[in-house]
Write a protein of this length. Structure first.
Length: 320
């Protein structure tokens, strides 16, 4: 059994052994980082390749972009996705644009690992899910693994990519024990995973909501409602074909994510699905997301705020 967090660490180490151009940059990464994802890397690869930085997200990303354009393959850790806001100029205006603005002469093989999601009493500034902001930027790929195996496979693909990838992990998934193949293959970007087959409703779920949707599906099965669950795995590129194929079987769709529902990436999936599969739909598309409010610090309020199994089940019942 392997945890999601162990899969990240193992994949980073394997990439660093295979390619001396791969290095890790971030706050306290030589000591393992805030979650332990880089534990042991400094001891094996040294301070030249596992670089602690000042507390400056803009500087971290700026250094990494320069390193990437110089031929290295930096993997940056920004410890909360909330703090990516401090590096958006570097990420959006530099990393994402360099390949296009240079007429293809420059590549930026940069991976930015970051952690999103609530549920750990981190308050409004350490608990957000901001992936939708990043999907709006041409030139950035965005991955959101929900399992240890996908964390390993997608990270392997991200490190090999010639241009920038934002790799959004979920803190509450870090210590889930899962079976991971001994010989982990890279997971291609833009290829969704059929998590559960069903005939009545398709649920497209992101990150933590994949597991919540599976729990909802088991509950609904006892009521005679069979739910199909799809995990896109990457948001950019998005496997729209897999979603449309599923909807053509079930004729109903719910999209579920932890991010605030208003303006979340689920809205983009809804728009694309109704354009591509309008004639297949027998009901309006349902959406599950957090309310339009900052994440509360109070434990009872945070628990009430977070969408999960109950909200997915309610959305499915509303369609059937």
């Amino acid at each position: 059994m392997t945890t999601y967090l162990e899969a990240i660490t193992t994949t980073l180490a394997a990439a660093m052994r295979a390619d001396p151009r791969v290095l890790v940059i971030g706050e306290d990464v030589a000591e393992g980082g805030p979650w332990g994802a880089t534990a042991g890397l400094a001891e094996e690869f040294g301070a030249e390749r596992v670089r602690n930085t000042p507390i400056s997200e803009a500087a971290i990303c700026g250094i990494a972009i320069g390193a990437a354009q110089s031929g290295l393959r930096p993997v940056v850790e920004i410890m909360f996705v909330d703090f990516v806001t401090l590096a958006l100029d570097q990420l959006v205006n530099q990393a994402a644009k360099a390949h296009f603005m240079s007429g293809g002469q420059l590549t930026v093989p940069l991976v930015l690992r970051t952690q999103g999601g609530a549920g750990q009493r981190g308050g409004a500034q350490h608990s957000q899910s901001l992936e939708a902001w990043l999907t709006h930027v041409p030139g950035l790929k965005v991955a959101m693994p929900s399992t240890a195996a996908d964390a390993a496979g997608l990270l392997t693909t991200a490190i090999a990519d010639p241009n920038p990838v934002v790799f959004v992990e979920n803190k509450t998934l870090y210590f889930r024990d899962e079976e991971v193949p001994a010989e982990q293959e890279p997971v291609p970007f833009g290829r969704a995973r059929l998590v559960r087959s069903g005939r009545d409703v398709t649920v497209v779920a992101l990150s933590r909501l994949v597991h919540e949707s599976l729990a909802a599906a088991e509950e609904l099965a006892a009521e005679g409602i069979e739910v199909e669950v799809i995990d896109p795995r990457t948001l950019v590129p998005l496997d729209l074909e897999a979603i449309v194929e599923s909807v053509s079987r079930t004729h109903r769709l719910v999209v579920a994510h932890e991010a605030v529902r208003h303006g979340g990436f689920g809205a983009e999936i809804v728009a694309l699905a109704q354009e591509a599969a309008f004639d297949q739909l027998d009901a309006p598309i349902g959406r599950v997301g957090a309310p339009f409010a900052p994440v509360p610090f109070s434990p009872p309020l945070e628990d009430a705020y977070l969408p999960g199994r109950a909200e997915v089940a309610a959305a499915v019942r509303g369609l059937v």
